[in-house]
Design a protein around this ligand. Structure first.
Ligand SMILES: N[C@@H](CCC(=O)N[C@@H](CS)C(=O)NCC(=O)O)C(=O)O
Length: 214
């Protein structure tokens, strides 16, 4: 059965691949699973039909037969558990890869999202100038720790896994700020992710939506 995912009809990033459907597209490409895409507008995301799929009125969602899922991490985990290629066979290595997925969304991504909040949503507040360096410090602290753990390895726990997929995508959001490049180990890690053929196919597919070529 071909699954269907929802994505922005008009992504605010104009096709830079930062929206979270990119994680799901990338996972689907890694496992070689074809998929359909349903474009949703911001208005449609807040309507009952979409809210029935996603209680918070966001993208991405994933539908496969009777199953409807939201949360990019849950969708990627679902795919990784049912198809070869995104989680190791060894039970302990598998558990560690899943831990990295959680680390990406629960430990590394939150301060990165705060940067977007302080710069864009709160940029006009009188205290934004004071808050920005605090947020940047929290990000740099996390990146320092992550960089130290990665060391000179290609991936977080030997072979590429769903943990790397989630982590690379969380880090990508930092690139425009220049902070990622302060950590050459992590910048190279992200570049390795982007160089994967599956990433490139996923990126091209989301770009085609943004440029109207899809
Ligand atoms: N934790 C959720 C976050 C989903 C999310 O924030 N989606 C954004 C796009 S990347 C969205 O739909 N934003 C529009 C909105 O919140 O109205 C996930 O990982 O799927």
């Amino acid at each position: 059965m071909t699954p269907t995912i929802t994505v922005f009809e008009r992504s605010p990033d104009g096709g830079k691949g930062l929206a979270r459907d990119m994680r799901v597209r990338w996972a689907l490409e890694e496992i070689g699973q074809p998929y359909d895409v349903r474009l949703v507008s911001f208005a449609a995301m807040k309507q009952p039909a979409h809210l029935a799929l996603h209680p918070f009125g966001q993208i991405p969602t994933y539908e496969e037969g009777d199953l409807a899922l939201f949360e990019s991490g849950a969708i990627v985990l679902h795919l990784a558990e049912r198809h070869a290629g995104l989680l190791p066979g060894d039970a302990n290595a598998r558990a560690r890869a899943i831990a990295w997925m959680f680390a990406a969304v629960n430990t590394v991504e939150p301060p990165i999202l705060e940067l977007v909040t302080v710069r864009i949503l709160e940029g006009d507040k009188p205290w934004a100038g004071e808050r920005l360096p605090l947020v940047l410090d929290r990000i740099r602290n996390r990146l320092q720790q992550l960089s130290a753990r990665l060391g000179d390895a290609d991936w977080l726990d030997r072979a590429f896994s769903a943990g790397d997929l989630m982590m690379v995508h969380a880090l990508l959001r930092l690139r425009p700020s220049g902070v990622l490049d302060e950590f050459p180990t992590l910048a190279a890690y992200v570049a390795r992710g982007e160089a994967r053929p599956a990433y490139k196919r996923a990126f091209a597919a989301q770009l085609a939506v943004a440029t109207g070529a899809a």
